[in-house]
Design a protein around this ligand. Structure first.
Ligand SMILES: *[C@@H]1O[C@H](CO)[C@@H](O)[C@H](O)[C@H]1NC(C)=O
Length: 188
């Protein structure tokens, strides 16, 4: 982790000390400056998303990574999405067999495929407001199904890693399936 930039540290000290120091005029004359340090729109969207999915991250960095597309940064959600897909399939297969222990292999496979497939996944991601949260490079559409779906799977995987269990991730996965259409911006 990089240390905070020196200017940010100075601004913070000045904000705490009432910004009466003469240096304050040169560095920051607007009261909004201190607020801007506190949180970015991305961080606010991540906070709203956590409320929406009913899970608070111990390591918010995992959530940041999940909501970052490979086009944007080398530190992205791709590996988390692999885990998220497997976890979603596992949750769907478990639900199918818990409902009917005599379910056929093809019925269980279909349940896993349908619940975790790209169509359901992209729809759930859109309801969660992921297109307006996920960070992509210019030229990549944040609302494209593979992007939304990848981010949603990464979110489920991130919960599993953060929690150390697949159970919490399975719960979030099912909650995501029944979320009402409410973009993160409306959840504030
Ligand atoms: C895992 O998730 C559950 C349900 O959200 C929570 O109660 C528990 O504290 C979490 N455990 C860890 C280690 O994060």
């Amino acid at each position: 982790m990089a240390p905070p930039p020196l200017a940010a540290v100075i601004l913070l000290i000045l904000a705490v000390s009432g910004a009466s120091h003469p240096l304050a005029q040169g560095l920051d004359s607007s009261p909004a400056g201190a607020d801007a340090l506190a949180s970015s729109p991305f961080d606010e969207a991540l906070a709203a998303l956590q409320k929406q999915i009913g899970y608070a991250f111990r390591s918010p960095d995992l959530l940041r990574r999940a909501m970052t597309h490979a086009s944007y940064s080398r530190e992205n959600g791709r590996a988390l999405a692999v885990l998220g897909l497997a976890t979603s399939q596992s949750a769907a297969a478990l639900r199918a067999l818990a409902a009917d222990r005599d379910a056929s292999a093809s019925a269980v496979a279909r349940a896993a495929r349908d619940a975790a497939g790209e169509a359901a996944c992209a729809a759930a991601g859109a309801r969660a407001g992921i297109p307006s949260i996920v960070r992509v490079a210019g030229g990549t559409k944040a609302s494209a199904a593979p992007v939304v779906c990848g981010a949603l799977r990464a979110l489920v995987g991130a919960v599993a890693v953060d929690n150390g269990t697949a159970d919490a991730a399975g719960e979030v996965f099912w909650r995501l399936q029944v979320l009402p259409a409410a973009p993160a911006t409306a959840a504030m």
